[in-house]
Design a protein around this ligand. Sequence first.
Ligand code: AVJ
Length: 323
Amino acid sequence: TSVPSRLTSLLTDEDLRQSLKEDARTGLSASPKWLPPKYFYDQRGSELFEEITRLPEYYPTRTERTLLREHAGEIAELAGAEVLLELGSGSSEKTRLLLDALTHAGRLTTYVPVDVSSSALTQAMEALAEERPGLVLNGVVADFDQHLAQLPAPGRRLIALLGSTLGNYDRPGRERFLRSVADAMDPGESLLLGLDLVKDPGQLVAAYDDAAGVTAEFNLNALHVLNRSLRADFDPDGFRHLARWNTDEERIEMRLVAERSTRVELRELDLTIDFEDGEELLTELSCKFRRSSAADELTEAGFRDARWWTDPDEAYALVLAKR
Ligand code: AVJ
């Protein structure tokens, strides 16, 4: 017999459009221009991201999966969780390894996937409901920049933020985010992070500028999102994808570069934006981590007992910390 599964929405499509409006107005009026990456993930964007995770150059997903396969058992034992709450769950594909391990450890009752994309969430929950009839599914459409304090806690939680999603925040953003995660957690609960590590810039750039051009399409999809949601008239053919390694900040920066000077109307915002020939729009930061600084950041945010697992090449790490 299957237990009921439930989808809660803390964020409607209209809320998401509203925050896109605010962010687009601020970011496109700024110099240099920027846009936050969370708006990449419409239906098409989520599909393109899934495609990225299978690219030969994009090692993070594959490496994280291997690490989870090897260490999920130990992670589950250490966490002793009744609830797996996953921030930015997307397709929940790698989550199955954690669900298996937590089930095996004997306490798991509930999976709480949290994502801004209601379509990705619904799809993931439908598949999981079939596969795991005994698991309570309590999906939440939410923006974890806003709704951390409102996320359900129907038992002791393991909160997972996989895929190096933490890398989308710059250092001050991470400090704020990690503190609010810590604030939302009870003592004894655990946080699991997947972190991409600093490595050869050539390998990093290739992961964000693949030969098949999927990442370029993913990046350019942001313009389609703006066109559709804000009645804008970006010509995606007038922009090209750029992935650059920022040595000082140790991060990949994805940008869209205007290939000629253009004027864009965003009718929903009553806003006209000019791009100069060669002008760049920053669409995503992907910070890369080092063990010592990541440990310091966790301690500063109020976490303790950090455990660390990495692959032989030290390309990627899993970190488990207790509140
Ligand atoms: C899921 C945000 C961590 O930065 O590697 C992949 C997204 N962007 N290729 C990353 C992404 C371009 C990914 N994150």
